[in-house]
Design a protein around this ligand. Structure first.
Ligand code: MBD
Ligand code: FE
Length: 309
């Protein structure tokens, strides 16, 4: 079928009324976006000859997506979070603010207000018998000078690939901590090596990924927010090397500079240094911040987050 109606007066006027362009009230930015959005959806229906059956299955898909609370999970799966990163990277480049440790996506599983400590934190509650992970690193500026008193806000999954708060079986703020860097800009944490994440197998996100012939897995990874006044806020993650999905992340968050080796340490003296009496795995992630006087770049973007006031 090759029915073309998009350029008719009837459809042009319909889109204008849909977006409230003939009304004085409302919000101009929303009107502009909805006008363009609905135009482009109509255009897809025309160009791809979308059938009523296809159209209504999409509508009820969105209903299910919302019921499952998965809209912010589908978004990274469809590359939207990574696309925003690509834009922010390009904007930084244009503003002369490129450089430092690369950003990558936040994901939907941050919880605000994790316990804050100085220099070191124990992140796991001791209930899971995982491989002990020691994370160490130094925060520096673009000239390699240590950044003291930076807040390193770290969160990661447990052995099931699940995150505390969203997984109510875990203790409060399990595997979530904020650590203030010491005078040398250093931070350290003891935790357990996380497992990779997989989308809920019966969920809406996985249902669409199946239709695309895609999996819904992420490699083992550790999320970071790093901030200090005077520096560009950094949202990033590290991906552990050697995971099946390190270079095949359904959320497109892997960047070469963010792939980190997890190194097994068998040396008893090294273990003793952290009060451990058994081998452990060390992960080192050094972070370079970029200075800026632009206040809006010094804090994380606003978005809905658990327990954020
Ligand atoms: C995660 O742990 C995650 O980091 C992202 C981006 C999406 C789903 C689960
Ligand atoms: Fe994650």
């Amino acid at each position: 079928m090759t029915v073309k109606t998009m350029e008719t007066q009837q459809v042009v006027e319909l889109l204008e009324k849909v977006a409230g362009l003939n009304q004085t009230g409302g919000n101009d930015r929303v009107k502009t976006i909805i006008h363009r959005l609905m135009h482009d959806i109509f255009q897809i229906v025309e160009d791809l000859d979308v059938t009523p059956e296809e159209f209504w299955s999409a509508v009820y898909y969105i209903n299910d997506l919302g019921k499952n609370g998965e809209a912010a999970l589908l978004a990274p799966g469809l590359g939207m979070d990574h696309y925003l990163d690509i834009r922010m990277d390009a904007a930084d480049e244009q503003a002369g603010l490129a450089g430092g440790t690369p950003r990558t996506i936040e994901g939907p599983l941050y919880v605000a207000g994790a316990p804050l400590s100085e220099g070191f934190a124990r992140m796991d509650d001791g209930t899971q018998d995982g491989e002990t992970m020691i994370i160490i690193g130094q925060v520096t500026d673009q000239h390699g000078q240590p950044v003291a008193d930076a807040i390193v806000d770290i969160w990661h999954a447990d052995l099931k690939g699940a995150y505390s708060y969203f997984d109510p079986s875990q203790s409060e703020y399990n595997l979530r901590r904020r650590i203030k860097t010491d005078a040398e800009g250093r931070y350290a944490a003891q935790s357990i090596i996380p497992s990779g994440y997989g989308c809920p197998p019966e969920g809406s996100t996985q249902a669409l990924l199946n239709l695309l012939g895609r999996h819904g897995n992420r490699p083992a990874h550790i999320h970071y927010f790093v901030s200090k006044a005077g520096y560009k806020h950094l949202t990033t993650q590290i991906n552990l090397a050697g995971d099946e999905y390190t270079y095949d992340d359904f959320a497109f968050a892997t960047r070469e500079e963010l792939v980190v080796d997890a190194v097994r340490v068998e040396d008893a003296a090294a273990a003793e240094q952290y009060g451990l009496n058994k081998p452990f795995t060390q992960v080192e992630f050094n972070i370079q911040l970029v200075s800026t006087d632009k206040a809006d770049l010094q804090s994380r973007h606003e978005r809905q987050r658990a327990l954020e006031s």
